[in-house]
Design a protein around this ligand. Structure first.
Ligand code: SF4
Length: 66
């Protein structure tokens, strides 16, 4: 499995990534850019290649999954 993205990663900081979204309606699990399978706690993301993001997380690139 992929290493987890950390909040102090420079690219994460640039996009204000956090493991816990401040907005319950917006998180990695419902972002159009997340990859992997529904229900997984840590998932690949198109914005952070080679790292896994938390399903409950958020960053400034968030966009609603259609
Ligand atoms: Fe989460 Fe941001 Fe990746 Fe969307 S783009 S899945 S909000 S880290």
């Amino acid at each position: 499995s992929l290493p987890h993205l950390t909040e102090d990663d420079p690219q994460a900081k640039a996009l204000q990534y956090v493991h816990q979204s401040p907005d319950e309606a917006k998180n990695c699990a419902n972002c159009v850019l997340v990859q992997g399978s529904d229900g997984e706690e840590w998932r690949p993301c198109a914005i952070f290649p080679g790292k896994a993001v938390n399903a409950s997380g958020w960053c400034s690139a968030w966009a609603q999954k259609p």
